[in-house]
Design a protein around this ligand. Structure first.
Ligand code: ATP
Ligand code: MG
Length: 474
């Protein structure tokens, strides 16, 4: 099969000329070829494989590019990378790998094209297109990758047991590709994942999370989350989630399966908001507090009282263990989970404006995301109920929008500062300043005064007087 149509770009001609000059055969390999054959949007990464030294080829290629590009060299791996027209181009020398049991970093020696294709994770990622003079554009497909692409199947080029045991990250990659491409993992390959699941412990958390995040960011994350569960990997990586599985029944009272519910919430949120990694994490973990709060109350049924609070307390440890960022993303996820039930308490037309202002004050800019999570959380299969619940949320969203437009509470800053108060009453820092500030804040949130300087100023004078302060008349 000739695929010169995949090689329209100038860069491929540059590589061809460069390879010829230094007498090293070269190929495009991996994701670029796969995505081209799938008719997907052009990959941002381009992997060039050369039979010889990758760094040498990168240096030769750079001579043909203007302005002269910066080459990043990774001596330890014998690879080099440069950017050209917004594309990351990586140059790798063909290699042969052998592994030892305790590490996923192989012993590497120079190899042939076939050696290099053997070490690739899946047949669809081992597809290569020749950039060489004699067979430019030829597809080199030793393992039937093209047929697997058509069959939508993920298969390892060599024995799957060995492939996953050698580098257990490939188990995560199998599930990630299966989720992104909606391909199935070959049966015997999935069996090998199950068998090798404990080998994931030799992979660093950072690498595991990189794949996990790609699963979460895909169109339908539940595909991957279910595979992670079925393979046994999820109970190693995120046992808090698998513990949500199961339905209990007592005296005729049943609770829902919170694991499957969670997967649905994650899928829902992925439809509602694109590229929202941390909101998806919040959706994924929004019910984990239910493990520790589950109670059976006779004549009432199952209760998970204050699970949002308990759940939010678990976030720090999970983020730390998984090496997820402890800064703003963690704070955001914690905040969303902790407040995930608040909007539900504000459903209905009897809700006072002041309660909505308080929600806006506490949640600020994240209020939209919080409301989206509330929408995603509706997973009932009763269509009538579903519609009613959704309408309730939309109604609340409208009220939030209107109130925010009018009162500007989201990023609220007191119209009167502590300094203003000290100046007006000629006092030093003391408790009374806090009392006055709080009084002003509460009056604005309660709607007793409007959110602007004049009204706040008069209120300050009144409250100050009550507290025995005198206005400085100078
Ligand atoms: P994408 O970049 O779209 O996620 P990709 O296939 O390009 O997908 P990369 O992680 O960029 O994936 O890797 C490039 C290629 O390197 C892969 O297509 C595969 O051939 C090979 N590869 C990457 N990681 C591994 C691994 N752990 N084991 C074996 N081969 C791998
Ligand atoms: Mg890539």
């Amino acid at each position: 099969m000739n695929l010169s149509s995949a090689l329209q770009k100038k860069i491929f001609h540059i590589v061809r000329i460069s390879s010829q000059r230094i007498k090293q055969d070269s190929y495009v390999i991996g994701g670029y070829v796969r995505d081209f054959l799938l008719g997907k949007k052009e990959s941002e990464d381009l992997d060039i494989l050369t039979i010889g030294e990758g760094i040498r080829l990168a240096k030769e290629v750079s001579k043909y590019i203007k302005p002269y590009p910066k080459i990043r060299i990774f001596k330890r791996f014998g690879t080099a990378m440069l950017k050209y027209n917004n594309q990351k181009i990586e140059f790798v020398g063909a290699r042969k790998e052998s592994y030892c049991f305790s590490s996923r970093n192989p012993f590497v020696e120079l190899g042939s094209l076939q050696d290099d294709q053997n070490r690739r994770d899946f047949t669809i990622n081992a597809l290569a297109i020749s950039l060489n003079h004699n067979n430019y554009g030829k597809l080199i497909d030793p393992f039937g990758g093209l047929s697997d692409l058509k069959k939508k199947i993920l298969r390892t080029p060599l024995d799957s047991n060995v492939t996953y045991s050698d580098d257990p990250l490939r188990m995560m990659r199998a599930i990630r590709f299966s989720t992104q491409l909606q391909f199935s993992i070959e049966k015997s390959s999935f069996k090998s994942i199950k068998k090798n699941k404990n080998r994931i412990n030799i992979v660093s958390s950072e690498r595991i999370i990189e794949e996990f995040n790609k699963i979460l960011l895909s169109k339908k994350p539940s595909i991957g989350l279910l595979l992670l569960y079925e393979s046994g990997l999820l109970s190693i990586i995120l046992p808090e989630l698998t513990l949500l599985k199961g339905i209990e029944e007592k005296n005729g009272y049943k609770h829902k399966d919170n694991f499957y519910h969670t997967l649905q919430v994650v899928d829902n949120i992925s439809k509602i908001k694109e590229n929202s990694l941390w909101l998806r994490w919040a959706a994924l973990l929004h019910d984990i507090g239910k493990i520790h709060t589950k109670k059976f109350l006779p004549k009432i049924g199952w209760s998970f009282h204050s699970h949002e609070f308990v759940g939010s307390k678990m976030i720090f440890h999970i983020f730390k263990r998984l090496k997820l960022p402890i800064g703003n993303p963690m704070k955001y996820v914690k905040k969303i989970i902790q407040n995930s039930y608040k909007p539900i308490a504000l459903i209905g037309d009897k809700t006072r404006d002041s309660s909505i202002r308080r929600l806006l004050f506490e949640i600020g800019d994240d209020v939209e995301d919080l409301m989206k999570l509330c929408l995603a959380d509706i997973t009932t299969s009763n269509m009538e109920k579903k519609k009613k619940y959704q309408e309730n949320i939309y109604f609340l969203m409208e009220r939030i929008e209107k109130l925010e437009k009018k009162d500007k509470i989201k990023n609220w800053k007191s119209p009167i500062s502590g300094n203003d108060i000290m100046k007006v009453f000629n006092i030093n820092p003391c408790k009374k300043i806090g009392i006055i500030k709080n009084f002003i804040k509460d009056s604005i949130l309660e709607g007793k005064i409007s959110n602007e300087f004049q009204s706040a100023y008069f209120l300050m004078l009144k409250k100050g007087e009550e507290l025995g302060l005198k206005k400085n008349n100078e």
